[in-house]
Design a protein around this ligand. Structure first.
Ligand SMILES: Nc1ncnc2c1ncn2[C@@H]1O[C@H](COP(=O)(O)OP(=O)(O)OP(=O)(O)O)[C@@H](O)[C@H]1O
Length: 268
């Protein structure tokens, strides 16, 4: 299956006109999209252009990986898509809501209610148990967890015997599974994962990636993951490649070897 997120591979590299919003929207239901997004940090001599006009659709109910060389803009793109950072120019939508028009209060509420996050460093509260960490965002929002769904999530991540344990009593892989369960528990429209396996050994990393993939296949979740690792990217349905702040390639149904091959091309 192909996902026509960008209308042609290496289009930007080839210097052709950028992909339009109409083109990405015609590809099917999108959970989020960026339209002509630029991001500039600093001014004068310290000016860095991190994103140079990115137009991208994130397909709903799919697992999308964002890859690219160090400094290519992966984290910046994810932060802009998730409303964690402002854009310099362009528009970002989650569903039909334009994030780039929301004031801080509405943006905070949208992130809380509609987006889940998984970070490389787990970001668990050390004094809370695994279960308390999982339900914390809902507790803060004053939302009662759906007990049946919570049970499903806990069983899917295999954490039932560890629910009363604090993070320091859990392995790195178990801690990241708590973080994944926390992201999934409120049924967000989209989960953003920033290098979720960066601090894990390969076995724990594989467990977390399998879980993210299963949440897409079995629960219909939408997941976007930034990664350096071709093996991690191979768990996704689609890999989008960034270089110098632009989308330069994409690969559907990736294998680790296929991703590595394309990365070699970008590194050159
Ligand atoms: N807060 C910031 N202030 C100034 N420049 C920044 C800031 N954040 C990122 N940059 C710059 O923007 C560019 C893109 O950074 P970004 O972190 O998005 O890349 P990345 O692909 O995620 O890199 P890595 O794989 O190394 O994490 C880099 O040149 C980086 O130095």
């Amino acid at each position: 299956m192909t996902f026509p997120l960008t209308t042609s591979v290496n289009r930007d590299l080839a210097g052709a006109a950028p992909t339009t919003d109409d083109e990405i929207r015609s590809a099917g239901p999108l959970a989020a999209r960026a339209v002509g997004v630029t991001k500039v940090y600093g001014t004068g001599d310290a000016r860095v252009s991190a994103l140079g006009g990115v137009t991208l659709g994130i397909p709903g109910g799919r697992f999308t990986a964002i890859m690219g060389p160090s400094g290519s803009g992966k984290s910046t793109l994810m932060h802009c898509l998730a409303g964690l950072d402002t854009v310099t120019d362009g528009k970002v939508f989650v569903g039909d809501v334009e994030l780039t028009r929301l004031d801080d209060r509405r943006l905070t509420r949208l992130r809380r209610d509609r987006i889940g996050f998984v970070f490389q460093s787990f970001n668990l509260i050390p004094t809370l148990t695994a279960l308390e960490n999982i339900t914390l965002p809902m507790d803060i929002a004053g939302v009662r967890p759906d007990p049946a769904w919570l049970d499903t999530v806990i069983d899917t991540v295999g954490l039932r015997p560890r629910l009363r344990h604090r993070p320091s009593e859990l392995s790195g892989g178990q801690q990241q599974r708590v973080a994944c369960a926390r992201a999934l528990a409120s049924k967000p429209e989209i989960i953003f994962a920033d290098e979720p396996t960066g601090n894990l050994d390969s076995r724990s990393g594989a467990e977390v990636l399998s879980f993210l993939r299963n949440s897409v296949r079995e629960m219909g979740q939408t997941v976007v993951m930034v990664t350096h690792d071709p093996v991690a990217a191979s768990y996704a349905d689609l890999v989008v490649f960034l270089a110098d702040g632009r989308i330069v390639d994409q690969l559907a149904d990736p294998t680790a070897e296929g991703v590595l091959e394309r990365m070699k091309g970008l590194d050159r």
